[in-house]
Ligand binder design. Structure first.
Ligand code: MTE
Ligand code: MO
Length: 363
């Protein structure tokens, strides 16, 4: 199948199309390992995937947060590749992953792309440390914010041109674990995931991980863009007027590798699988309930938990009654974060972390 503005094939057994985006069918992860193959990795495009070439590509690092009189430094692709390389596994998850559940599960209305739970993937990213690039460019001790911006088309919404996709990072995060990646799972980045170079900001919401990187503004005064002012804050009655502070870290979730509304036979033991992840700390436990949350038992966690990665889990279930049923899973991490029963509403539907009531039918 072809999708507007996405280069890779997006067959319906692997992806659900949502506007200019493709959501991974969560149950299609069942036969994958801890890393999500690029051909199943969700795509979130504000406009469409540009087909850039590494020969013409360059990165411009500029702004008042650089030292000296240069205030603008260019890196071509070969120079970037000559810097020390690092490899890191990191999840990229859209801030709106799970958004449709505000409506289907909590009866609340929200705006934005109507993801279920498949706006997430985990990959092994190879590239250079943003820290190394900033130091080579001449980072000043007075720098406070660093703002990568993409080479895809300017984003126009409601008749207003918001410019290139860009979002500031505080310099402390930029110097910590952020990488400029040129490989995904041992291959050059696919076009849809930011070829030739993207930012990867571990544990932060997906918008921070700017694709098709073109320039980085380094500033000695705070920077803003629509992606940290009008979007990616919590708005609504339960939040400060004007919204919360800009969102940074992702939250905690779990999901069954089973279609919503799957049919299961009564009187048979089913080995059910899923995944759980938390941005704050390694996963501790995954509990499941098949009686609507009255009783819980532990699922078997199959992977060694790591911060910023997900674990696969497994649980057997022998349904004894036919009819509609709900499967619940609840993740807890080592910092004591646990999925709540409800997520506090926010109008743009970010950071849904509540226990999902996954509908199935027993026949
Ligand atoms: N970077 C650019 N340049 N343009 C975009 O539209 N989308 C962002 C981010 N980086 C985006 C971008 C959002 S909202 C998310 S969730 C992630 O990329 C998705 O990364 P993926 O498409 O590789 O899965
Ligand atoms: Mo996103």
């Amino acid at each position: 199948a072809a999708a507007a503005g996405i280069v890779k094939p997006v067959p319906p057994e692997l992806f659900t199309l949502r506007g200019t985006n493709a959501e991974t069918v969560f149950s299609a992860l069942r036969d994958t390992g801890r890393l999500t193959p690029a051909d199943r990795f969700f795509v979130r495009n504000h406009t469409s995937t540009p087909r850039l070439s590494e020969r013409d590509w360059k990165l411009t690092v500029w702004g008042s947060g650089l030292t000296g009189r240069r205030r603008s430094v260019e890196f071509d692709y070969a120079t970037l590749r000559s810097l020390p390389a690092v490899t890191r596994t990191a999840v990229i998850e859209c801030a709106g992953n799970g958004r449709s559940l505000f409506t289907t599960q909590q009866g609340e209305s929200v705006s934005g792309t109507s993801w279920t739970l498949g706006a997430i993937g985990a990959a092994r990213w190879r590239g250079v440390r943003l820290r190394d690039v900033l130091h080579r460019a001449g980072l000043s001790s007075s720098a406070v914010d660093v703002m990568p911006s993409g080479l895809d088309d300017e984003f126009v919404t409601g008749g207003v041109n918001l410019g290139r996709v860009r979002r500031p990072l505080p310099v402390a995060k930029a110097l910590d674990d952020v990488i400029l990646a040129y490989e995904m799972n041992g291959e050059p980045l696919p076009y849809d995931h930011g070829y030739p170079v993207r930012v990867v900001v571990p544990s932060w919401i997906g918008i921070a991980s700017v694709k098709w990187l073109g320039d980085i503004e380094v500033s000695d005064t705070p920077l803003a863009s629509p992606w940290n002012t009008q979007f990616y804050r919590l708005f609504g009655a339960a939040h400060p007027p004007g919204g919360s502070a800009p969102l940074t870290r992702q939250t905690i979730k779990s999901a069954w590798e089973l279609p919503f509304g799957a049919t299961l036979a009564a009187g048979e033991t089913h080995t059910l699988t899923g995944r759980a992840w938390s941005a704050a700390a390694p996963l501790e436990t995954v509990e499941i309930s098949t009686d609507g949350g009255r009783s819980w038992r532990r699922a078997r966690v199959l992977d060694r938990p790591r911060r910023g990665g997900w674990v696969r889990w497994r649980a057997d279930w022998l349904p004894d009654r036919t009819g509609p049923a709900e499967l619940l899973a609840r993740a807890t991490d080592r910092a004591g974060n646990r999925q709540p029963e409800r997520t506090v509403h926010n109008t743009q539907g970010y950071l849904f972390d509540a226990v999902v009531r996954h509908p199935v039918t027993v026949v």
